[in-house]
Write a protein that binds this ligand. Structure first.
Ligand SMILES: Cc1cc2nc3c(=O)[nH]c(=O)nc-3n(C[C@H](O)[C@H](O)[C@H](O)COP(=O)(O)O)c2cc1C
Length: 400
């Protein structure tokens, strides 16, 4: 996202500030969203990010099949607290009937503000079975699922996807419809292996530009694009140019949410001004620093960084995150009675956040402490390790 002064000025002229709305959900100006992340964006974390200014938060994805098989177990993932609204619940799956049924369950059991469909997960156990990013190789089925899910629920439906399957397919045409190819879209077995024949190379219009239009025609009310192909997984740099092209397409009228590699307030501002997106979504950069939203929000609103966040304050936030995670894990819930909920469950969930906190970057020989954080089993242990880390940061500051 290296800025080019001229295009930034031009983009500012074209993309004037406005309140971004998904139907009647007002996300305000230049919204900053918390990305859906498996095993990361649980309710405890979502609430913290919300508190620090995230304009909307997403649940980790939930499998449509798992949701249908055992609603009670999945309720934990789709449970919504009013304080986190607006909140989106994300589902993934590989056939129309299960996605429609799962969408209805989510709407009636969890009452989220938005239902998001995942067409971007690159991992083998998902994409290899034709779900998530696997749908990028079976666009007709992707569109059928989207259209039917939109019809099945009354809340707004949104989609999150990637630029394409791989680099050669970035300029592929979407291909023929299933019916033309004689494929039954309602039979999951037919679609367990992604069909590359749906992609015909050498279109002049980027694949994602055409796909975005077609998804919009299916009735979705916002589209998130992660600027990578499925083959890239999480490697290389996110390419925002094609996200910008989707936004510039005059046929698009739904909000376009850009995602990929935003780690700082400046990068978020650049994404808005240079690529004209309606909202940005941040994922990995929030690990161990949910307060990132506070700084990004302040910067977008005032052009200045938030200087109020001291080391003590940040440490308190991390401790609160630990407490919330444990609280969340121990919470009584009829639906969860069958499950053993322990303090350790909450600790295990939060350890990875803490170990990856950018706050600890630059502490010499921190590896040992990081390992201890990843092995800690109680709140007390974690708090002691956080205190130790804090002393070391203060020591470094004093010696400067
Ligand atoms: C640990 C992890 C879990 C993820 N889980 C999901 C998920 O459940 N649903 C989804 O749409 N994307 C998921 N993603 C992708 C992120 O939402 C996001 O698109 C990606 O990390 C790029 O954004 P970033 O560079 O800001 O992290 C996940 C990413 C990570 C690192």
């Amino acid at each position: 996202m290296i800025s080019n002064a001229l295009s930034a000025v031009w983009a500012r002229v074209i993309f004037r500030r406005h309140n971004v709305k998904i139907r009647n959900i007002n996300l305000g100006e230049k919204p900053v969203l918390l990305a859906p992340m498996e095993d990361v964006t649980d309710q405890a974390f979502r609430l913290l990010c919300k508190e620090f200014g995230a304009s909307m938060v997403y649940s980790e994805f939930v499998s449509a099949d798992a949701l249908i098989r055992n609603v009670n177990r999945s309720l934990e993932k789709i449970r919504v607290d009013d304080r986190e609204r607006p909140v989106a619940i994300q589902i993934y799956g590989r056939d129309v009937p299960s996605m429609v049924e799962a969408a209805k369950i989510v709407e009636s059991e969890a009452h989220p503000d938005i239902l998001d469909i995942n067409f971007g997960c690159p991992v083998k156990k998902v994409a290899g079975k034709g779900a998530g990013a696997g749908m990028l190789r079976n666009v007709p089925l992707m569109l059928d699922i989207t259209r039917e899910v939109v019809k099945a629920v009354s809340i707004p439906v949104t989609v999150k996807t990637r630029l394409g399957w791989d680099v050669p397919s970035l300029y592929a045409e979407l291909g023929m419809r299933n019916e033309e190819l004689g494929i039954d879209t309602h039979s999951p077995a037919e679609h367990s292996i992604p069909h590359s024949s749906f992609l015909i190379p050498n279109s002049k219009t980027p694949f994602i530009v055409e796909l975005a239009e077609q998804l919009q025609d299916c009735g979705i009310e916002a589209l998130t694009i992660h600027g990578r192909t499925r083959s890239q997984m999480y490697q290389g740099e996110a390419d925002w140019t094609l996200i910008g092209e989707v936004k510039r397409n005059p046929r698009m009228h739904i909000p376009i949410i850009g995602n990929g590699d935003i780690c700082t307030a400046e990068q978020a501002a650049d994404a808005f001004s240079r690529y004209g997106v309606d909202a940005v979504m941040i994922g990995r950069a929030t690990f161990g620093q949910p307060w990132l939203f506070k700084d990004v929000r302040t910067y977008l609103d005032t052009g200045l960084h938030d200087e109020t966040m001291t080391l003590d304050w940040k440490m308190d936030v991390l401790k609160r995150q630990v407490k919330k995670s444990v609280e969340y894990s121990l919470r009584e819930d009829n639906a969860l009675k069958e499950r053993k909920r322990t303090e350790l469950g909450g600790i295990m969930h939060v350890r990875r956040h803490l170990a990856n906190s950018p706050l600890f970057k630059g502490i010499p020989d921190f590896r040992q402490t990081r390992v201890k954080i990843l092995r800690a089993e109680t709140q007390e242990e974690l708090f002691a390790l956080l205190d130790e880390a804090k002393e070391r940061i203060l020591g470094i500051a004093e010696n400067r």
